[in-house]
Structures are given as C-alpha cells and as structure tokens.
Write a protein that binds this ligand. Structure first.
Ligand SMILES: CC(C)(COP(=O)(O)OP(=O)(O)OC[C@H]1O[C@@H](n2cnc3c(N)ncnc32)[C@H](O)[C@@H]1OP(=O)(O)O)[C@@H](O)C(=O)NCCC(=O)NCCSC(=O)C[C@H](O)C(=O)O
Ligand SMILES: [Mg+2]
Length: 358
C-alpha cells in the first residue's frame, strides 16, 4: 500500500501526473466493435458520430487467431481518424493472457495520445490495478505522453465483487467500473447461460390465499444483478469514479434491454455497453434524463434558493436532500446538453413550460 501522500505522484520518472478528478464526460453508451472486423471498422467513423464512447475490443468475442489483427486494426483506426468529442477506449485482453503485454505496449506506444481509457477485464483485486498502473506509467514516460491514460475495470469475478471497494480506490487512474454479467455468472457458478438480463426462474411468488397452492399466486421476476450493481455503484461513488451496466446479449430483445439499462440508470449508473448498432439509441434514451425530470429538477433548484430549508412544490415537500438529488439530474442534463443540441432544446422547452405552468 502506497503512502496517501504519494497517491498522486507519477509511478515512473517522466510519466504525466495522475488526474485528481475523473472528468464527468458523457459516456451513456460504450460502443464495442472488433477492430479486426472490416465491416465494423468501415462503420466506425459514422458510429462515432452517434455514440459517447467508441471501444475497440481486443478481448472476448475476438477469436484467438484474430488477436493480433484486432490490435493492429485498432492502431490503424485510431491513426486514420479524429473522432472529435467522442472518446476512444479499448478493452485489452485479461492480465493472465498471452496477449495483454503486447496489447498495452503497442497501444500506448502507437496510439497512447488518441486513447482515453483502457478497460481491464476480470479484475480480481487492487493488485491487478497496481500492475497496470505502474506499467502504464513506464510506457507513458517512454512514449512521451503528456496526459495519463485512465483505467476502467470490469467486475466479472467473484473475487472482484468481494474486493470492489479496494479496486475502485486502487489508483488515481481509476475512471470507472462496468458489470460483466456473463463472466461473473460463470465465476460464481450461477446456473444461467445468458449475457446479462434476467431469468424467468429467479422470482418471488405471492402467498397462497387458500388451500390451493397453485391458484391465484402472482409471480414477480427478480433482477439477478441488483445486488452487484448496487454494490458497484456504492464503491464507485465512494471513490469518485463512474459505474456502468455492461452488456445485454439478446440483441433482438430491445424491450428487456431498455429495462435492464433503466434499472442501472436509476440505481446510479451513467451508461452501459452497446454491442450492436441497435442498442445505441436505447442507451441514449435511457441514460439521458427525461425532459420532464430535468424541468422538475431545475424548478426545485430555483425554488430552493441556497438549497437549505423546506418548501412545498405541487404538494411535495422539498428540502436540502431533494435539492441535492435534483442537482444530480440537473448537472447530468447540463453535461449532456453541452454535447447534444437536440437534448439541450428539449430540456429548455420542458423547463420553460414547467416554470410557466407553476
Ligand atoms: C452480436 C454480433 C455478432 C451480431 O453481428 P451480425 O450477425 O453481423 O449482426 P447484424 O447482421 O444485425 O449486423 C448488421 C450490420 O451491423 C454491423 N455490426 C454489427 N455489430 C456491430 C458493432 N458492434 N459495431 C459496428 N457494426 C456492427 C454488421 O457488421 C452488419 O454490417 P453489414 O453486413 O455491413 O450491414 C455483433 O454485433 C458483434 O460482434 N458485436 C460485438 C460483440 C462484442 O463485442 N462482445 C463482447 C462484449 S460482451 C462481453 O464481453 C461479455 C462481458 O465481458 C461479460 O463477461 O459479461
Ligand atoms: Mg467478460
């Protein structure tokens, strides 16, 4: 464990100073593409105009015999394009794999100035982040980078969940954490075979009303991921980093995907992964607050003045705590509006209407 006094010191001579705050950039959808797949690469510049984060995936879903092609493909994509405000991330191979060392060396050396965040899969504890932290510092120093790369961990092992708080606080580079439900299910020996989402067998049933145990008993499907997402959100919030839901593998089921994303949004997540172009708009819709909620938040903030005391608005009590909640929604809306003029107009129109009708 490093001394708290050294926490923000560079880990290699010549490496850039670590950031002190994680920039709250919009990251509603982290769009995965395989940089070794020609069709996906051809679509990347257009997709980059529609997403907050474009992620070149080198890990699972890339065949073992295509790992080098994917790595080189990402280098080529990054060098050939300027994605403007859209962040470019990568997911490297796992730390026990034969590819990760070359992934990190190649990417930092060749395109370290173009990459924003490196997603590290199957993180088990702080030791994994410490390894990547030092190696990145050495590589940044050698490449002459002036901005530090940030690190995003995937929570997808039982050990990772047990150690999520120490992972979240392991380095100033920690940008965020995503839930990886498929690997996590395997690691926990859960008896599911899906990539995220629910399961009809995971349910609660109302009590019987009479002697017949089968009649009139409503069942409610439960969320398999509630505990893990909630724990991840707390670990992230406590350490000033950002939580994300991960993948939803049933691409056709846009309805359940939206539900899963919304559960995560309401619990505190800022985004989710899009695996297919069809999921981009779902994430945009879900992770952008509704104009009516933004209007309400702005109305409460306006009515509460310095944010202390209590007022009544439309029959609902507002005080310091609801003022803070409204601040969360209003701040997110402002950040998204700065990137998305359509959303900015919708938020302003709803606010105007709400204030006029107040
Ligand atoms: C899931 C897919 C394999 C589906 O691909 P495909 O069968 O080609 O779908 P479509 O025919 O509907 O595709 C239509 C066109 O769109 C292009 N396409 C598809 N996906 C993408 C994409 N992500 N980005 C850009 N373009 C995309 C197709 O090429 C088609 O093009 P065209 O023929 O020219 O019209 C595929 O979507 C896919 O591979 N997605 C990414 C999968 C992935 O990254 N998986 C890893 C993340 S999830 C994970 O790792 C689990 C997690 O770690 C955990 O443990 O939980
Ligand atoms: Mg995984």
């Amino acid at each position: 464990m490093r001394s708290p006094k050294d926490f923000f010191a560079p880990l290699a001579v010549g490496a850039p100073a670590p950031v002190r705050e994680i920039p709250p950039l919009p990251s509603r959808m982290i769009h995965f593409f395989d940089p070794g797949n020609e069709k996906m690469v051809a679509k990347a510049p257009d997709i980059a105009t529609k997403v907050d984060v474009l992620l070149g995936n080198l890990e699972d879903a890339v065949r073992a015999d295509r790992k080098e092609a994917a790595r080189q493909g990402l280098v080529d994509v990054a060098k050939a394009n300027d994605f403007g405000q859209t962040q470019l991330w990568t997911r490297v191979n796992s730390l026990d794999s034969p590819w990760v060392l070359d992934d990190l060396i190649t990417l930092v050396t060749e395109i370290g100035d173009k990459l924003d965040v490196i997603m590290v899969p199957k993180v088990e504890g702080a030791q994994d982040i410490h390894y990547v932290d030092r190696l990145l510092a050495q590589l940044e120093a050698r490449a002459g980078l002036t901005e530090p790369l940030l690190v995003h961990a995937i929570l997808e092992t039982a050990s990772g969940v047990a150690n999520v708080e120490e992972i979240a606080g392991a380095s100033p580079r920690m940008q965020g954490i995503s839930l990886g439900p498929a690997d996590l299910a395997a690691s926990r020996r859960m008896k599911t075979t899906r990539v995220g989402g629910g399961h009809p067998g995971y349910l609660v049933r109302t009590d019987p009303t009479g002697d017949d145990l089968t009649e009139g008993r409503t069942i409610y499907q439960q969320d398999l991921w509630h505990y893990t997402v909630a724990r991840m959100v707390d670990a992230c919030a406590a350490n000033g980093i950002l939580p994300y839901y991960g993948p939803f593998g049933d691409i056709r089921d846009v309805v359940a995907c939206e539900d899963q994303f919304r559960n995560a949004f309401l619990l505190g997540c800022v985004g989710a992964w899009s695996l297919h172009p069809a999921q981009i708009d779902i994430a945009r819709k879900v992770f952008s607050p509704e104009p009516s909620d933004v209007a309400w938040a702005r109305r409460v903030i306006a009515a509460m003045g310095d944010g202390t005391g209590a007022v009544m608005i439309d029959g609902k009590m507002q005080d310091d705590a609801s003022f803070k909640q409204c601040g969360v929604v209003a701040e997110l809306a402002d950040a998204l509006a700065a990137r998305d003029p359509e959303l900015a107009a919708a938020y302003d129109a709803a606010t105007k209407e709400a204030l006029e009708n107040a």
